[in-house]
Design a protein around this ligand. Sequence first.
Ligand code: 1PW
Length: 215
Amino acid sequence: AALSEEPKFCLSEVLDSFKTCLTENKEIIIDQYVAGWRGLTRFMNSLGTIFSFISKDAVDKIQIMVKHRNDVNGPRYVTVQSMVKYELDNGLVDLTKRSSFPESGCRTLLRLHRALRWLELFLERLRTSAEDSKTSVMCSEAYNESLAQFHPWLIRKAAGMAFCALPGRSTFFEVMNVGTPEQVVVMLGDALPLISEVYQLTEDLYLKHKLLDIP
Ligand code: 1PW
C-alpha cells in the first residue's frame, strides 16, 4: 500500500534540491544536497535492480550524512563550509589513512562530490544528445571521465554492466517525468549551471583544505 502512496518521481524536483542548496554567500546546505542525492538514488532504483547496486553506496553515504545532522553536533553540519571547519578544527578527519574516523563528514561528502561530477557530465551529454544517441554510451563516457579513476577494476566492471542495462533515450526521458523531450532539455539547461557551481565550490573548498584525497 505504501508503494502507491509514494509521490510520483519527477527529476526536475530532484535537480531543484541541488539548485536550492546554494545560499546567497555561496555556502552549500547539506540537507538540500543530501535531499538531491536521495531523489537521485530513488531515480536510479526506478531504473531497475541492476542500478540498485550502484545506488546502494550512495544510500549508505546519505545515511552517514543524515546521522551527522541528527547528532548533538548537527548544527555544525548545516553547510559544507561549517562541516569542513568543524571537523578540521577538531581533528575529526583521517587525512592520510583510514583509522579513527572512517565516517567523517568530509570523507563521506567527498564520495558524493566525486559522483556529482559524473552526474553533471552525464546530464550534459543527455542535454545535447541526438535522438538516436545511446544513454549507455553517454553514461559510461561520463563515468570514465570522472568517477572511474577512483574505483577499482571490479567496481568499474560492475558499473559498466549496469550502464548496458539503461533504457534508451526516449524511455529514459519518460522516466524523468518532466514532460516532452524538449522540456527535458530546457530543464537540464536550467539545472546544470547550478549543479556545476555546487560542484566547483566544493572542489575549490576541498582543494584549499587539501581534502581531495581523503582515503
Ligand atoms: C543514472 C544516474 C547517474 C548518477 C550516478 C551516481 C551514483 C554514484 C554511485 C557509484 C557507486 C559505485 C559503487 C560504490 C563504490 C564505492 O566504493 C565508492 N563510492 C562512490 C560513491 O564512488 C567509494 O566509497 P568508499 O568505498 O571509499 O566508501
